[in-house]
Write a protein that binds this ligand. Sequence first.
Ligand code: HAM
Length: 424
Amino acid sequence: MTTAVLSTFSAPKGTYDLIPPDSEAFLAVREAIAAPLRRAGYGYIETPGFEHVELFSRGVGESTDIVTKEMYTLTTKGGDELALRPEGTASVLRAALQANLHRGALPVKLWYSGSYYRYERPQAGRYRHFSQVGAEALGSEDPALDAELIILAVDAYRSLGLRNFRLLLNSLGDKECRPVYRAALQDFLRGLDLDEDTRRRVEINPLRVLDDKREAVQKQLTGAPMMRDHLCEACKEYHEQVRALLTAAGVEFEDDPKLVRGLDYYTRTTFEFVHDGLGSQSAIGGGGRYDGLSEMIGGPALPSVGWALGVDRTVLALRAENVGLAAESRTEVFAVPLGDEARRALFGVVTELRRGGIAADFAYGGKGLKNAMKSANRSGARYAVVAGERDLAEGVVQLKDLQSGEQSPVPLDAVVTEVRGRLA
Ligand code: HAM
């Protein structure tokens, strides 16, 4: 018979906790994505975890799943209608406009890192709370900027050791050519045998139908008009320049004329990074140009481009490729005191080591020698500093190399210098 266990809480459905040592991989991924951005002049921005609902309904789009089905919305006690942010682009643009950054030198280049919330059906790689690192370049219509961002993402993935990812690239046209294409696509789609939901989608957001994963739908899409055959000269020329810059930088891509993405704000360049080791949730990052978003949220014309990379899925992709990340143990020295006097002395040594830039830890809880040495070994430290009454009486501690087992006395006041010399 099982004994009743006191009921405890668990993380809400679709969420999970980041716990050491796995959490180290997340930090490493965030840092690896940020590093190339910093080198390219992107400044760090942080915005609130929630915004006015309307920012997203206007920005991301009334017809998207994100807005209609997936937003966590709430009414505050004061009557404000807020939503936990489902994505970062609308917020970053809102913040930049509010701070008048667009009145200074353009483009304004920003990067961010944080948590996002979507009420999606949870499955492997798809969560209700997830992490992105993103970058946005605001206020410039230059194919080199689109190329720069894509190259920075590729460099970030590569620096992590990720290999089996592909870049899918498309152009969604602009406000000149897209409406014409949209109408042509609608004409085509209205002639197909589609269920009611999809027929409704044809009227609201026909491009999304191209993205439908169901075979019954895909089969009927053969011969559908494609955006790339409807691009105006300006969009065609722009796209060619992006492609040429990527090729010159040694970045491989696949033209994917059906790549639409799930947010309404995109114009021209759109792209997605997919990883083949992740099953159905294969998109590890995505982005594109959004030349009309600023006006959609009440700002001036501000052509912009950006991306967001999924931290959770990048970690999964690294795992799928068996890429190890980060030194999980950073402790270099572990202090093992024997007796009260030694506790006081070695606690002081640990503080001094840490202040001297050396990662040090301590056998807490008054453990005996055997258990304390076990903790020292488990910590991954290279050295243990051991001391008892007799050592202290002689003004020394024992410095033990945990790899070789060799041990030698070191004067108490010379521990930091000695350890630093040996670790160098
Ligand atoms: P997105 O494609 O919706 O784009 O999300 C970017 C990445 O976030 C995805 O490729 C995926 O790796 C990760 N992601 C999204 N939803 C989930 C989820 N439920 N669970 C785990 N990971 C997820 C955007 O969010 C745009 N704001 C990107 C952008 C920036 N476009 C222009 N600038």
